[in-house]
Design a protein around this ligand. Structure first.
Ligand SMILES: [Zn+2]
Length: 69
């Protein structure tokens, strides 16, 4: 069991905090496929809805609202 632990790749730990953030937010939490980002602009409410969608799982991984200024 210890051997298994030692074989864990260190890729994620070598990344900087920012790189890890970007990677986690740009890939699907389920299958790690690159997410497709869509932006719905709602001019009436001055908002942009950012939708991260996984084409593999066909799920909406995340939506974020941004206010336009
Ligand atoms: Zn997925």
């Amino acid at each position: 069991m210890d051997a298994l632990k030692q074989q864990t790749p260190e890729d994620t730990t070598r990344l900087t905090r920012q790189e890890r953030y970007l990677r986690e937010h740009a890939s699907c939490p389920m299958c790690e496929t690159d997410l497709k980002m869509n932006h719905d602009i709602d001019k009436n409410q001055n908002k942009v809805k950012e939708i991260a969608h996984c084409p593999e799982c066909d799920l909406c991984a995340r939506t974020t609202d941004h206010l336009l200024h």
